[in-house]
Design a protein around this ligand. Structure first.
Ligand code: 3H9
Length: 654
């Protein structure tokens, strides 16, 4: 018979063991109701003589996904998670966690306070709080080091890295990986432990560790956490576990958690968390099924195409890679194999996985073979004539039901759709380079794209592990439109008096890993130049136009690849080039601009405002569905610092 402790917590008795189940869809978050129920179940267990031990588990595929992030903006409601966690640890009757699925944040903290942990083979465990701009707030920073040691705890907590069951076992975070049903095995373990005094994590000593190794773990994490507070605090708290008494460590952790929870960084990262979930909800797709896709043709196996092919093979699809000649097809195959080799070298892939992926790849120069694909992604040279001819051909060759996708970054996919007899089965899938690494995919809904075709684009991108964001068709879509506005404003600033390195320094100090001019040089200046030349005839002659980048390109300064661009590049370093400064000065003088010193905060606010204004225009034009989509695109495709929340969030429009 089952007993209810709250709307989300119930329990049944299994021969003296109280099996408590948390059922709070979608992820069993530790909401106020869940905490009340769990506290109630524990107090019931402590008082009922017939109960000898407790098992805690989650309903569905999650154990507990963490504290309820939606509650973070509001005043805390008791019982607080640290109180519930303390009650678990203090219980005189053994409490066993049956970790049936993801145990994250507060979820793992519940597990860590239990006296024994059994985890199902597919579960993921971790304390990802730093990704939300906070630190664990229910004992994670003090209990994890006692089980896994200081170095591992530093890495896991300060980087928010999740571990699979086997690694959790190896690190000592769990006691066993279940061979079958984790609840059944946890009940058996609880029965074994009943009557013995529980092993309390908080009472364990932190294993001694080599200070150099611990220090290095922190250094490695911070190298990737530029400008963020939470990882720094996480490292401090983990170290405190070794020096402070347990209770004092907990108090320090809680104070830090509360302070960070209200920080701008945490608000920005929470915004991004919910933005990612919101982006998956696309108007008009409710109840629309994606089309089945097993084989994907990738046309063009250059840098972009081979990256896409790798991502697609990684996700388990068959790939038909098409090039113009057998030699080019073979080169493409080798490029793809080379990317897998790198994954093997770095330990991300084993030899077997590499072989299995390559077995699913057919590289060919015979375009007719695309007939076997349900989805065709073209990644050829971004030129309208080239792509138009290709789409006409693909339309004739591809299976009648197949979806055609273009990976264009600037061209209008509606024009490509228009040359086919299936415009409702055409969309854009704009990957970012390197496509096997970058998470963002802009999914372009063309004028006639059918709902199930859009759903197919989203489903495939999701299966590739990407973050798909839907955009309407416009030149440059969301990202390149906003990025162009950023570029334009950066060039205005140069004309007005700031030098490229001053602008880069201001943006880097604010939080960008790289300022705009360093990015322009890295990406190369020629594509934007070609675009400006294309647009020259139709440009409004009264609009402000900065010609400095044109002069750079005319002088053969195409950026890092050519060794020179906005900077001189030597030995991997960028240096201010007096030649460029002279060119800038000449250009300013020719326009009679009165130069003034521009302070860093003005540089930052002008660049951010330019991005937000373009974002506003995208919303007004209906190209972007919501401001938070624009933030996601700029963060995941263009290096906008995530912990700042994106240009729309900064402008108060997120
Ligand atoms: C924490 O625990 C702090 C403590 O240390 C301190 C306490 C004092 N809360 O991702 P999905 C929603 S901080 C509220 O698509 P999946 C999500 O918004 C927390 N809601 O599912 C979405 O809602 P909707 C540390 C949450 O199966 C729905 O659930 N924990 C939470 O792909 C489905 O989400 C984390 O950072 C939450 N905690 O992946 C874990 N989590 O349908 C964050 C999810 O309305 N969560 N939702 O859009 C995850 O990583 C994934 O959600 C998870 C499931 C892996 C659990």
């Amino acid at each position: 018979m089952s007993q209810t402790f709250s709307d989300t917590v119930s329990a049944r008795l299994d021969g003296g063991v109280l099996v408590v189940t948390i059922d709070n869809p979608p992820v069993n978050a530790a909401s106020a109701d869940m905490r009340t129920g769990l506290a109630g179940a524990l107090s019931h267990a402590s008082m009922a003589d017939k109960i000898v031990a407790v098992v805690i588990t989650g309903a569905g595929k999650t154990f507990v996904g963490g504290a309820d992030i939606r509650e973070f903006g509001a005043p805390p409601v008791g019982p607080l998670l640290p109180e519930v966690v303390a009650a678990i640890e203090a219980s005189d009757k053994p409490v066993v966690a049956a970790i049936n699925g993801a145990a994250l944040g507060g979820g793992l903290e519940i597990g860590l306070a239990c006296h024994h942990r059994i985890v199902s083979a597919g579960a993921k465990l971790g304390l990802p709080e730093v990704k939300l701009g906070i630190v664990p707030g229910a004992g994670g920073t003090q209990r994890l080091p006692r089980l896994a040691g200081l170095a591992a705890a530093t890495e896991l907590i300060a980087a928010g890295r999740l571990v699979a069951a086997a690694e959790a076992l190896a690190l000592g975070i769990v006691d066993a990986v279940a061979e079958g049903d984790p609840v059944g095995e946890a009940v058996a373990a609880a029965r074994r432990l009943a009557g013995h005094s529980p092993r309390r994590t908080g009472a364990l000593a932190v294993p001694s560790a080599d200070p150099v190794v611990v220090e290095q773990a922190g250094v490695r994490v911070l190298a990737k956490a530029r400008g963020q507070q939470a990882p720094v605090e996480a490292i401090r708290l983990v170290r405190a576990a070794a020096t402070l008494p347990f209770e004092q460590g907990l108090a320090e952790e809680r104070a830090t958690f509360l302070r960070l929870r209200d920080s701008t960084e945490a608000k920005a990262l929470r915004h991004i968390f919910f933005a990612e979930r919101a982006a998956a909800k696309v108007a008009g797709l409710d109840g629309v099924e994606a089309r089945p896709v097993r084989t994907i043709a990738v046309i063009g196996l250059g840098l972009m195409g081979s990256g896409i092919a790798v991502a697609v093979l990684d996700a388990g699809y068959n790939v038909i890679g098409v090039e113009q000649t057998p030699e080019a097809a073979e080169n493409g195959r080798q490029r793809i194999a080379g990317l897998f080799d790198r994954a093997v070298k770095s330990g991300r892939l084993d030899a077997e996985g590499r072989a299995a992926r390559l077995a699913r790849l057919a590289a060919t120069a015979v375009m007719e073979e695309v007939a076997g694909a349900e989805l065709v992604i073209e990644a050829v040279f971004d030129d309208l004539a080239v792509k138009t001819a290709l789409f006409e051909r693909l339309d004739a060759i591809a299976a009648p039901h197949a979806v055609l996708a273009t990976n264009t970054s600037y061209l209008d996919p509606d024009q490509l759709a228009a040359v086919t007899a299936r415009p409702e089965r055409v969309l854009g899938l704009h990957f970012f380079s390197p496509a096997n690494i970058m998470r963002l995919v802009e999914v372009v809904r063309c004028g006639k794209t059918a709902p199930d075709v859009l759903a197919t684009g989203l489903a495939v991108a999701k299966r590739l592990g990407k973050l798909p964001v839907v955009t309407g068709a416009t030149e440059g879509f969301i990202g390149n439109r906003v990025f162009s506005a950023y570029r334009r404003e950066a060039e205005f600033l140069v004309e007005d008096g700031a030098l490229p390195h001053e602008i880069d320094a201001a943006m880097e100090a604010w939080g960008f890993a790289m300022g705009p001019f360093a990015v322009f040089d890295l990406a190369g200046l020629e594509i934007a130049w070609a675009r400006r030349k294309r647009q020259a005839a139709t440009r409004d002659p009264s609009a402000r136009y900065v010609d400095i980048a044109d002069r750079l390109c005319e002088a053969g300064r195409f950026g890092q690849k050519s060794g020179r661009g906005w900077y001189a590049h030597a030995g991997g370093k960028r240096q201010v080039d007096p030649e460029v400064t002279a060119l800038i000065e000449t250009s300013r003088a020719a326009k009679g601009i009165v130069v003034r010193a521009i302070p860093a905060d003005e540089i930052v606010s002008r660049l951010l405002a330019a991005m937000a204004a373009e974002g506003r225009a995208l919303l007004d034009e209906g190209i972007a569905a919501r401001a938070s989509d624009i933030d996601l695109v700029m963060i995941n495709g263009y290096g906008f610092p995530a912990h700042k929340g994106g240009p729309m969030f900064v402008a108060g429009m997120g």
